[in-house]
Structure formats: structure tokens, C-alpha cells
Design a protein around this ligand. Structure first.
Ligand code: BES
Ligand code: ZN
Length: 851
């Protein structure tokens, strides 16, 4: 039931749990509608907390069968949130038996079923839907788990200690919080391999999948072994069990979960084959496998004291997985992609009503705080720390972190302290990155006299509800100087800005250089640098920092698009010429050249316009972007076919960076060619494609050219039995729809027999694509707002988490004109008025509305 006054939880209210848990024994007797869970939990008074005589255990939607303390039956007080029971003063044993209904668990949190298989998702607060327990990350214990069920595969965390027919017993020697508990039971097949750790420990690796998916395991397994090796080489971190299992499930709210020794993955985040997965899928799978594996140290061995510290494990692990991808692939390409993502999602979040610090100070529903700010800005903060202290001190501090806090439930204070102790730095001001919401705006004034360049920076963070009075941040600004002849006047140097306004001088210069500022995007800020278009074109052509070359192209594109939107200007010739030069420069790698061709996203342009105090018109932004793409098609009219051919891969498919980069450039060319040839080249590519990257890109171009009907049908017939490919088929049609057709296309797809709103992947395929279609979602008819609201109302009682996440589509409402604002708010209010709306969705929409 919906709380009349939802409870807000505050970081400042933290108190330790009065007991420690010495051991947990769980016994599961699986049955779809009546699974029995018996628990035996050894409690002892927590020496670091004040004693209490009544114990609270979390528990939700549990049918209590029996409970006992030290063997004597007890009758606890039950509420919607858990149980309360009187307990003796010393150590004691609490036993309980509960019954749960996994078959009807559509929320996909706790123990649930997916295609006849049992699986769990406990982070953040799902364990309380399995049994009564102190479900908080600072309560860590050793788990022994027995699983009884009629399935060939019965898994839990740790090492197997007993395997019989229809029964398996598991023991995890590493103390862990309940959110890392996992159980899987099903008719699964294993793709197996082994890994020998740096100290010679032999580890069995298994990737468990549904029969039929065996052929999609090899890549994930390779990625796992590469991750294990990388963490040994770069962080000196070794795996600590004899067994590492990964299970793929089709119904999963998130990408994947780092349960100790038993990672559970959304099948879209692990299963891959060249025929069914795109290059982007392969790259994402490699990164997610690494991410979840890396959590074994940053998350599991060292966990979070409370959920306010979520960035301690997520920010750091995202940072680590981005380092891994940079090492496995191309560092500049990864950096550019991460910045595109940060600007698209985190900057928008920081600009709107959901803005919150990397470490929030209060929440109602923790599931709503797995955000771009906690994850991506959290990772940026770690990157800045590394930039400020240097590589050597960074890894020293990490060694100290692992040594000092292994086995702990730690805080951001603990994290910063290891850097202070390693380097002698005072990080008090730096800590504002964790405490303040909002994206700092940095403005640069340049002055050149005689042989001296003075760079004067000012910083200002717009106030928000979360941070009404922001203070200056520590901003590492990586700078280089380029002379007019293209040679380097100064190699990269990191300036440390700490004040609201600060100047830095560079003397002994032979000529007035162009300043290349915020290289590698050294801080998550919005930089305003009044460079002339000529200077930008100069950096685009000559900067020694690849990121900044891309950034200058991007800034030129943004500037030109904004003039087109504001004044109807024509596309900027300097931009087009500059881009033509870099994209045809074969000394650059194809992946970078493909990225250079990209335009700022339409929602990015809306963010920029809103920042400038203007009201973005989605239709005008769409039109300008289309005009610019047409201009690019003209600019490349005599090169496109040659570049397309030169970058077409003829060797057998390989998902690695080299081939993927070539395909991204050839497909970027295909989209320009399609604007001129009406779809002939796309059709040829479609007919010849032997991998999903080529097939899907060809199909997208055919749809855009208005020639997609036959191929969409053929694609459906070819792939109707492959769930993950069908998600692409659903999504692509919405993505490629004209703005005025997007909502109707999505609506029609919800009536397709293969649409299933209970499957988060399928729901997101349609609605994720709709909300990403800026001009389609914000079409003046308001049809997309209504359609999304209809479906959020339908999904909320079944799956509050996925519903609440999708609500963020409405977070930008204040940007738009009064008519759109009214339409969005009407839908937000209609959802909010739904009886029994979940706490998740209620919190999201109330915050978005800014009541
Ligand atoms: N611990 C999370 C999964 C999670 C998120 C559980 C939210 C419960 C609530 C996991 O480590 C994670 O962050 N997964 C990401 C992918 C990752 C590569 C950033 C995900 O699932 O999207
Ligand atoms: Zn994570």
C-alpha cells in the first residue's frame, strides 16, 4: 500500500546495528508458488553499538510460518516492513521459516522466476523479500545455503560443499552483506573454462545459460578471463574463491549484478554472437563483465557502510571498467564515448529537478539513486583524484585502501583518507565533489602580452534544490598550447583551480599560441572558451590531444547547429571543411574519424539552449540536425563511396576494436550515401550482411530511406525466435520513425503479439527508444507523453523499479514551452493519482514535479 507520508532516510541518522551476525544458514525448498525458506541466524551483541532488548529484522511480503529464539518458539510483532521481537541480552540464535511466491514475483526483486528458472536479485533491499534479516550492507556474515529443488543446476554463493540429486549445499567463506546473496535453480547448461590466478590458485569458471544459448558464451568467457588478468596486473587484485559462476537470465531489471561468486546477468549483457550482436553489444558486454568482476574487490571485499555510500563501489568500479576498456580498445575513443554519455545523461540530470550530489544525503527509495550522477559523475570524481595526485600515488592509495579496509563496510571518508594519508594532501575542498549537486560552469578569458599568456578562469555552479549555495570546487584543468604553425608550445600540464576566479601564466612563448583546455575532459564541467572558429579549426586539425580535437569539432558543430536553430543560418562552412579534413585523414584511426562525424544529440542541444535561458523547440532542433546531415552528405559526396569501400571489412568477423572501428566509419558513410542513393547501397549491404552490425545498420538506413518494409518483415522472419535480436527489431522501428510517427509506431508495437511489458528488455526496447527519440517524444501532439504514461501506469503494480527508472523521461519538462509543460505535468499528475502507486514511482514523479 502507498504510504500516506513516505519515509525519508537521512545519511546523518546512521547508527550501527545493535548486533553482529556470526553466521547464517539458509535452507530453500523450491516450489513456484510456495517456496519455503528456513533460516538459522547466530546473533551476538555488537561491541560498537548500544545494546537493545528488542530486535528488528527487515521482511516484506513474507508469510511467517514459525519463529524461535534459542530453540523456544516466539511470536514476533509483524508489520509491512518486518518483524520486532524481544531478545536475550547476550548472543542468541534466531530461527524462522517463511513461505514466498516466486512465480508471482513480477517485480524481479528477491527470489523470482524467469522462463521456469529461479533466480534472485537482492541489491539494494531485495533480500528482505526472501527472509527476515537485518538487510543493510554494514551487517556482514558468512552464509551457508542449502537448495532443494527438482532442477539439474542448483547454485548459490561461494564453494559447493555437497551436491546430491535435487539438493546442493553451498558455503561462502567471505563475510558479505545480504545484498550480495544469490540463488539460481534451473535447467541450465554451462560453458566452462578455467583460470589460474597470479598466486597459482585454480579457478573454475562457468557461464550458465538456457539450452540453445550455448553458442553465445565464448565472448563473455574471454572477457571474464581478460578482466581477471587485468585486475591482477593493474590493481594487484586476485580472485578469492575456487569457483566463479555467471548466470544469464532473460528477465532482469538492470544490466548485471555482482553477487559473490555468482554474478547474475541480464542475458542482453552477456550473450553474444557475431550474427546476433552488434559491435556495440560486444563492447558493452566486455565492459559489464569486467565491471561486475571488478566489484569482487571494490564492492564485495570492501563494501558500503550504507546506501548513501553507493558511489564508493559504483563510481570506483565504473572508473575501473573504463580503464579496462581503454586498455583493451582505444583510450581516446573510450573517453569520447564516456563524455558523450556523461553529457547526455548526467548533465541533464544535474540541470533538472532530480539533481543530487554524488553522495546523496537523503532518499525515500534507494533504487531511484542508481543514477548517472552516482555512477558516471562518481567515476569522473575518481578520475580527477587520479589526475590530481598522479598515477603512482593513485595506485599507492588504492593499495592502502585494500589493505586497510578489506572486510569493511566503508565510507567516502575512509576512501578520501587513504589518499590524504598517502599524499599528505588535504582533501577537504575536494570532498565537495561528493557533497554538491550541479555541474560547474567554467569560463576562460585569455590574454597574451609580449611572451606571456594569461589564462583566467572563473567557476560558478548553478544553485539547485539539493545544493542552494554551491562553493568553489577543486577543478583539475589539463592544458596544452599549440602554436599557429601547429607545433606544440607546451605539453599537457594540469592546472589546479580551487578558487572562484584564478589566473595562470605561461611565459617565454615565441608566438601567441592557441590554448587547448580541459584536455581529455579533465573535469566534469561546462567550459566556455571564446575561441574563434578559426582557432577551433586549428585545434581540430593540429591538437596533440585526440579528445580535444574531437571536442573542437563538436563545439563547431554545436555552434553551427545553434545558429541554424536560432536564426535559420546555413551550416557553417568552416565546420564542414574541418570535419572533411579529419575524416579523410587516414593517419587517424577509423573509430575516431567516425566519432568526429557525429553531431551533438538533439537532447544535448536542448540542454545547451536551456542553459542559455532559451526555450528549445524540439522540431526546430530536429530540422537543424537533419539539415546538417544533408550538408555532411554534400560535403562527402565525392569521398563517401571510397571511404565506405576502404573501411568495409572483408575478413571474418572479429568484435575487436580494429574491425569495429572500420565498421563504424563505413556505416557512418553508408548513412550519408543513403541520403543520396535512395537506399541502394543499404539494400546491398543488407543482402550481403553476415553479422548483426552490418545487418542492423543497413536496416536502419533502409527505414530512413523509406524502403524498410520488406526488410523489416524479412528480419522478423529470420530472427523471431531470438529474444535479444527481436528487442533490436522493436527498438529500431521507434528509433527510426519520423517525429510525428514515433508515438504511433511505439503504440502499434505494443499491440504486436511479441510485445511483453513484463519483460524489462522488451519494454525498454520500445519505450527506451521512444524517450530517446527527442523530437518524437516531445512532439507537439503530446501523444508520446500520454502513451508513456499509460504504460507506466500499467507496469507500476508489476515492476516498480523499471517503471520508476523510465519516469526520468519527464525530468526535463521545465526546459520546454508552456504548452509542452502543461501536457507533461498532466501526465505526471495522472500517474501520481493512480491508486496504490509504488513508492519508487511516487518518489520519482514527486521530485520531478518539485512539489
Ligand atoms: N550493482 C549493480 C547492479 C544493480 C543496480 C543492482 C541497481 C541493484 C540496483 C551493478 O554492479 C551495476 O552497476 N550494473 C550496471 C552495469 C555497469 C556496467 C554500470 C547495470 O546493471 O546497468
Ligand atoms: Zn556496479
Amino acid at each position: 500500500m502507498r504510504d500516506a507520508a513516505p519515509k525519508t532516510i537521512y545519511l546523518a541518522d546512521y547508527t550501527p546495528y545493535p548486533w553482529t551476525v556470526e553466521s547464517v544458514d539458509l535452507h530453500f525448498t523450491l516450489a513456484p508458488n510456495a517456496t519455503r525458506v528456513r533460516s538459522v541466524i547466530r546473533f551476538a551483541p555488537n561491541p560498537n553499538a548500544s545494546a537493545e532488548d528488542a530486535m528488528f529484522l527487515h521482511g516484506e511480503k513474507l508469510k511467517l510460518i514459525s519463529a524461535a529464539i534459542d530453540g523456544a518458539p516466539v511470536t514476533p510483532d509483524l508489520s509491512d516492513e518486518g518483524l520486532q521481537v524481544a531478545v536475550p541480552s547476550g548472543a542468541f540464535t534466531f530461527e524462522a521459516e517463511v513461505e514466498i511466491d516466486p512465480a508471482n514475483n513480477t517485480a524481479l526483486e528477491g527470489l523470482y522466476m524467469s522462463n521456469g528458472m529461479y533466480c534472485t536479485q537482492c541489491e539494494a533491499e531485495g533480500f528482505r523479500k526472501i527472509t527476515f534479516y537485518p538487510d543493510r550492507p554494514d551487517v556482514m556474515s558468512v552464509f551457508t545455503v542449502t537448495v532443494e529443488g527438482p532442477h539439474p543446476v542448483l547454485l548459490s554463493n561461494g564453494n559447493p560443499v555437497l551436491t546430491q540429486n535435487h539438493l546442493a549445499k553451498w558455503h561462502d567463506p567471505w563475510p558479505k552483506p545480504a545484498y550480495l546473496f544469490a540463488l539460481v535453480a534451473g535447467d541450465l547448461v554451462a560453458h566452462s573454462d578455467t583460470f589460474t590466478t597470479m598466486s597459482g590458485r585454480h579457478v573454475d569458471l562457468n557461464l550458465y545459460v538456457r539450452p540453445g544459448d550455448e553458442g553465445k558464451c565464448a565472448f563473455g568467457m574471454q572477457a571474464l578471463k581478460a578482466s581477471m588478468k587485468w585486475d591482477e596486473e593493474v590493481y594487484g587484485r586476485e580472485y578469492d574463491l575456487d569457483l566463479f559462476n555467471i548466470v544469464a537470465v532473460d528477465d532482469f531489471n538492470m544490466g548485471a549484478m555482482e553477487n559473490k561468486g555468482l554474478n547474475i546477468f541480464n542475458s542482453s549483457a552477456v550473450l553474444a554472437s557475431p550474427e546476433t550482436s552488434t559491435d556495440m553489444n560486444f563492447e558493452r558486454i566486455e565492459a559489464i563483465i569486467a565491471h561486475e568482476y571488478f566489484h569482487n574487490w571494490t564492492g564485495n571485499r570492501i563494501t558500503c557502510r550504507d546506501w548513501f555510500q553507493l558511489c564508493l563501489k559504483e563510481g570506483l568500479t565504473v572508473y575501473r571498467d573504463s580503464q579496462f576498456t581503454s586498455d583493451m580498445r582505444s583510450a581516446p575513443v573510450k573517453r569520447i564515448s564516456d563524455v558523450i554519455d556523461l553529457r547526455g545523461r548526467q548533465f541533464a540530470e544535474d540541470q533538472g529537478p532530480l539533481a543530487h550530489p554524488v553522495r546523496p544525503e537523503s532518499f525515500q527509495e534507494i533504487n531511484n539513486f542508481y543514477t548517472a550522477t552516482v555512477y558516471e559523475k562518481g567515476a569522473e570524481v575518481i578520475g580527477m583524484l587520479k589526475t590530481l595526485v598522479g598515477d603512482e600515488a593513485y595506485y599507492q592509495a588504492l593499495d592502502l585502501y585494500f589493505e586497510r579496509h578489506d572486510g569493511d563496510a566503508a565510507t567516502i571518508e575512509d576512501w578520501l583518507k587513504v589518499f590524504e594519508d598517502t599524499t599528505g594532501r588535504n582533501l577537504t575542498q575536494f570532498k565537495r565533489w561528493y557533497a554538491q549537486a550541479g555541474t560547474p560552469r567554467v569560463t576562460l578569458e585569455e590574454n597574451f602580452e609580449l611572451d606571456t599568456l594569461t589564462l583566467t578562469f572563473t567557476q560558478h555552479t548553478p544553485p539547485s534544490a539539493a545544493t542552494p549555495d554551491p562553493q568553489p570546487q577543486v577543478i583539475p584543468i589539463a592544458v596544452g598550447l599549440i602554436y599557429p604553425d601547429g607545433t606544440e608550445a607546451l605539453e599537457t600540464r594540469v592546472l589546479e583551480m580551487t578558487k572562484a576566479e584564478q589566473s595562470f601564466r605561461f611565459t617565454g612563448l615565441e608566438d601567441e599560441p592557441v590554448a587547448s583546455v580541459l584536455r581529455g575532459f579533465s573535469a566534469p564541467v561546462v567550459l566556455t572558451q571564446n575561441l574563434s572558429d578559426t582557432d577551433r579549426a586549428h585545434l581540430l586539425a593540429n591538437d596533440t590531444d585526440t579528445f580535444n580535437r574531437w571536442e573542437q569539432g563538436r563545439t563547431l558543430a554545436r555552434g553551427s547547429l545553434l545558429s541554424m536553430i536560432r536564426t535559420g543560418a546555413a551550416p557553417d562552412a568552416k565546420y564542414l571543411a574541418g570535419i572533411h579534413a579529419v575524416v579523410t585523414d587516414t593517419s587517424l584511426d577509423p573509430a575516431t574519424r567516425a566519432l568526429m562525424l557525429g553531431l551533438p544529440s538533439q537532447s544535448d542541444l536542448a540542454t545547451t539552449l536551456h542553459d542559455a535561458g532559451e526555450t528549445p523547440d524540439p522540431a526546430a532542433i530536429y530540422a537543424a540536425s537533419e539539415t546538417m546531415r544533408e550538408a555532411l552528405a554534400d560535403t562527402f559526396s565525392s569521398d563517401a563511396a571510397g571511404l565506405y569501400a576502404a573501411n568495409t571489412v572483408t575478413a571474418p568477423y572479429d568484435p575487436g576494436a580494429e574491425q569495429a572501428g572500420k565498421r563504424s566509419l563505413s556505416n557512418a558513410m553508408l548513412s550519408l550515401i543513403t541520403r543520396r542513393d535512395g537506399g541502394a547501397a543499404a539494400q546491398a549491404q543488407y543482402d550481403a550482411a553476415d553479422n548483426m552490425t552490418q545487418q542492423l545498420s543497413a536496416l536502419a538506413n533502409l527505414i530512413r530511406a523509406g524502403k524498410g518494409t520488406a526488410s523489416l518483415t524479412a528480419f522478423y522472419d529470420q530472427w523471431k525466435d531470438d529474444r535479444l535480436v527481436m528487442d533490436k527489431w522493436f527498438g529500431l522501428q521507434v528509433m527510426e520513425a519520423a517525429p510525428e510517427d514515433a508515438a504511433a509506431t511505439a503504440e502499434a508495437l505494443t499491440r504486436h503479439p511479441d510485445f511483453n511489458h513484463k519483460n524489462p528488455n522488451r519494454f525498454r526496447a520500445v519505450f527506451g527508444a521512444l524517450v530517446m527519440h527527442h523530437a518524437g517524444f516531445h512532439h507537439a501532439s503530446g501523444a508520446a507523453y500520454t502513451l508513456l504514461a499509460d504504460w507506466l501506469i500499467t507496469l507500476d503494480p508489476l515492476n516498480p523499479q523499471t517503471t520508476a527508472r523510465m519516469c526520468s523521461a519527464f525530468q526535463t519538462w521545465k526546459r520546454y514551452d508552456a504548452h509542452r509543460q502543461r501536457m507533461i505535468l498532466a501526465q505526471v499528475d495522472r500517474i501520481l493519482a493512480t491508486p496504490n502507486l509504488s513508492r519508487d514511482t511516487t518518489e520519482m514523479l514527486t521530485r520531478i514535479r518539485g512539489a
